[in-house]
Write a new protein. Structure first.
Length: 166
């Protein structure tokens, strides 16, 4: 029996010039200096969804944790943990925007490129404002530390060694 660590990708999504949309980018900025295990890769995707799709095609991950704003009608700063479904919408061959960060569009592009879709977890934060504005709103900024702790826990939960029979 051979033992290998699971590989986890943590990807921060968002536009730093659109207020709270910078949430994912800020969370990964803070995570990148924490000294996470070697099998956890942290990247700032920003608005470059095509780069994320190529990352998923070129490297093997067991789990991907996406960090972004998510509007679900809650109070600004509310954190959500979601697992996007790999449903019929995902099979659409059309990718509408090279800067789009919607999980279904990323899934479709990874498929088009011949890549494998790992388990996806979305850590989202309810935004207060996402219009042209540099900087997070106070409520969303206050949620960043909680999001860092949450993502660290999620990554740690999937990182423990798993047995692989050879």
């Amino acid at each position: 029996m051979t033992v290998r660590p699971q590989r986890v990708l943590v990807a921060g999504l968002g536009n730093i010039f659109l207020g709270d949309d910078a949430f994912g980018v800020e969370v990964v900025r803070r995570l990148s200096v924490l000294g996470l295990p070697d099998d956890v890769r942290v990247i700032d995707v920003g608005i470059r969804s095509v780069h994320l799709a190529y990352e998923l095609r070129e490297r093997t991950y067991d789990t991907v944790i996406l960090i972004d704003v998510v509007s679900k009608g809650g109070e600004a700063g509310t954190l959500y943990v979601l697992e996007p479904d790999d449903d019929e919408d995902t099979l659409n061959d059309r990718v509408t925007d090279g800067h789009a960060i919607h999980p279904h569009e990323i899934f479709a592009l990874v498929r088009q490129l011949g890549g494998h879709l790992p388990r996806m977890i979305l850590v989202g934060c309810e935004p207060f404002r996402t219009g042209p504005d540099a900087g997070l709103s106070p409520r969303v900024a206050a949620a960043v530390d909680d999001a860092v702790a949450l993502v660290t826990r999620l990554a740690s939960a999937v990182v423990p060694l798993m047995a692989v029979r050879t």
